[in-house]
Design a protein around this ligand. Structure first.
Ligand code: 5GP
Length: 193
């Protein structure tokens, strides 16, 4: 079992509706030493890849992306959630349905910060159905940049996102893959990696 799986078992809380809460160490209160370990592990897994930009989505991806950026020495760019329908032509836009909040958001990235020569590592905290990732992939590709890889802290392997993204041919590395979790007896099973 790796360091993140151990921490999920220790401090993660399984909620109804296939939601895993990791608020005490990852996306509300944050354990910076753990974030640093996550950043280092992404660098190890993508050590053969040149990365010029780390792309994530606000808000809970940002801290993990920053931790990774220290090791890749690349800037972090985060897609902003925007309610505005009047988005001018200087922005890349994608529609993303939120798994946790059950609503649709437009997410935007300024065209100034993503260029066709960029080699992008996409980072997020969770992968569930893959909507957030599909939005970030579509923005990257609209810019003519290349998705070199995707790094996820926690993939919920019983939801469809991981399979869809891997079948599309992207290199996806998830540090912990939860294959089963049960909110009644509070058990979690991780995929062997
Ligand atoms: P997807 O777009 O893959 O369906 O969902 C990914 C997004 O939803 C992530 O950015 C994450 O913020 C949120 N998310 C999905 N599942 C969970 C979960 O079980 N726990 C938490 N805390 N966030 C989740």
């Amino acid at each position: 079992m790796n360091f993140l799986e151990e921490r999920i078992l220790k401090d993660g809380i399984i909620k109804k509706g296939n939601v895993l809460k990791v608020d005490s160490f990852l996306n509300h209160q944050m354990d910076i030493n753990l974030l640093d370990e996550i950043g280092k592990e992404f660098k190890r897994r993508f050590s053969d890849t040149e990365i010029t930009k780390i792309l994530t989505i606000e808000s809970s991806g940002i801290a993990i992306a920053c931790a990774a950026a220290r090791y890749f020495e690349a800037p972090v760019l985060f897609a902003k959630k925007s309610k505005s329908i009047n988005i001018d032509g200087d922005m890349y836009v994608a529609e993303v349905e939120s798994f946790t909040h059950k609503c649709k958001n437009q997410v935007i990235v300024s065209k100034s910060f993503l260029k066709e020569n960029d080699k992008v590592l996409i980072i997020d905290d969770f992968l569930a159905n893959g909507c957030a990732l599909q939005g970030l992939i579509s923005i990257t590709e609209e810019a003519g940049a290349t998705v070199e890889g995707i790094g996820i802290a926690i993939e919920k392997g019983f939801q469809i996102g991981g399979t869809v993204i891997r079948n599309l041919g992207y290199r996806l590395e998830s540090l912990a893959i939860v294959d089963e979790m049960n909110d009644e007896d509070k058990t979690i099973k991780f995929r062997e990696q």
